[in-house]
Design a protein. Structure first.
Length: 467
């Protein structure tokens, strides 16, 4: 995974800081509730929505069961269509491949259409280390890049910024990357979009190399599919002389007929639209363009081996789970310390990176287990189930220190009838001294709960007295 988030604290500490930011909470609440409402409206009008969800889950499960077969089929189809296929076991290998391909063109500048896979591996940083500048062309990604920021949402990476903040970012930083923003730039959406359009136009017309991801890859034809809302992606895909696509190995669908299911569920789940504004498809090398496909593993085969956790690989990156999550709405995406925030990030990131760090071990606990994420997922990923499974793995691997101490003490008391009776009598005698807030690491539990007062007499003592 990307080193961009190296040094992030565990989720509880990062979330506590975010919750204290009133402007951030306002931005997130407004944006997520707007998208949530639009999604609910277009899903409600689809009479076979539950059948589409089940079909999407079945298709993705079929891909995961036969992933080796479909990957080889995809490779053969891409090569037959004039493209080149590269296999990357991890982030370092993927970055090395892409950097080498760009260097071979002699270019030092590339344009990118939004790709979570390239963010996951830290491609921009790897290119910069080799003297190559990557220019983001998706509007939200442009805002993040100009603001020297980090993405905080799968679909809308700059969801944590409001219009006034975006205007200030454009006025301050656009000139450092190319065409400056107008001096009288207003903060209304048309003015901001026009400033971005003029700024990016120069990049599109001069770039010789484009880098993309893909929402889907059709195994039977070798076709890649990118869905986006602005048209910038299509410019990035068609104008450069060399196109390099970095795609996770789980993004396959077997056939064009299978793709039809996701063309209905993804727009509704992501942007609340019946149909995606811009859907670009290409097969191999087209119109004289040199095409390279980099298939990325980077921990995905390890996830595939997990019977419970593998369902996270069904994800089609719609972000519906983020928009309904009460934890994400209050903490924002940066607290997750990964390019994949929200509920899906809480189960995908620890599986891709492992549970060895304090941050990754804390992510399975970044949830209320309310189940809203499962209800809206268009491919039926049971996120609460995976969260519980990961929590069990954290505990079996040693767990958190405070949790280990608490569980150890509870085990000793509950295993001894004499100790348990003594503890109950002691608690009953001192019930009036019960604190309103627990000390140390247990304090967070009492932020939203009252400690129940012990009864004056335990059941054991009552039984002995009355029977």
């Amino acid at each position: 995974m990307s080193g961009t988030f190296v040094g992030m604290p565990a989720f509880p500490q990062a979330a506590a800081r975010a919750v204290g930011n009133a402007q951030l909470r306002h931005n997130l609440h407004k944006a997520t509730h707007t998208i949530r409402g639009k999604r609910a409206a277009v899903v409600e009008e689809q009479p076979d929505w539950m059948e589409l969800r089940a079909a999407g889950a079945a298709i993705k499960d079929r891909v995961l069961r036969h992933l080796d077969v479909y990957l080889e089929q995809l490779e053969a189809a891409v090569v037959k269509a004039g493209g080149h296929v590269h296999w990357a076991a991890d982030a370092a290998e993927a970055n090395r491949i892409v950097t080498g391909l760009v260097k071979a063109t002699g270019e030092t500048k590339v344009v990118k259409v939004k790709s979570m896979a390239t963010q996951e591996i830290g491609l921009n940083e790897a290119l910069a280390a080799s003297g190559i500048t990557a220019y983001e062309t998706d509007l939200a990604e442009l805002i993040v890049q100009l603001g020297d920021d980090l993405p905080s949402h799968i679909l809308v990476p700059a969801i944590h910024r409001n219009r006034s903040e975006i205007r200030e970012i454009f006025r301050r930083s656009m000139s450092e990357w190319g065409r400056p923003a107008p001096d009288d730039l207003a903060d209304d959406p048309p003015a901001l979009a026009e400033a971005a359009r003029l700024h990016l136009r120069e990049r599109f017309l001069s770039a010789k190399v484009g880098i993309s991801g893909a929402n889907f890859a059709v195994a039977e034809t070798g076709t890649l599919v990118v869905l986006e809302s602005e048209g910038n992606g299509r410019m990035c895909l068609t104008l450069p002389e060399t196109l390099i696509s970095v795609v996770g190995i789980e993004k396959l669908v077997p056939t064009w007929r299978d793709l039809e299911v996701f063309m209905q569920t993804l727009p509704r789940s992501s942007t609340g639209e019946r149909m995606n504004p811009y859907t670009s498809t290409w097969t191999g090398a087209t119109e004289g363009q040199e095409f390279h496909l980099v298939l990325l593993d980077n921990g995905r085969t390890d996830v595939l081996a997990d019977q419970v956790g593998r369902q996270a690989l069904r994800c089609i990156r719609c972000s519906a789970c983020l928009n309904v999550c009460p934890v994400y709405e209050r903490s924002g995406g940066h607290a997750y310390g990964s390019v994949y925030p929200g509920p899906i990030g809480a189960i995908l990131t620890p599986q891709l990176r492992g549970l060895s760090s304090e941050l990754d071990a804390s992510l399975p606990y970044a949830s209320t287990l309310c189940g809203a994420c499962y209800d809206v997922c268009p491919v039926e990923i049971n996120i609460p189930e995976v969260l519980l499974d990961l929590r069990a793995k954290v505990v079996s691997g040693g767990g958190h220190r405070a949790e280990r101490l608490a569980m150890g003490a509870a085990r000793r008391v509950l295993a001894s009838p004499a100790l348990l009776a003594r503890a109950q009598r002691t608690a009953g005698r001192f019930r009036r001294l019960t604190p309103r807030r627990l000390p140390g690491p247990l304090a967070a539990w009492t932020d939203t709960r009252d400690i129940p007062a012990p009864p004056p007499e335990s059941f054991r003592d009552w039984w002995e007295r009355t029977r």
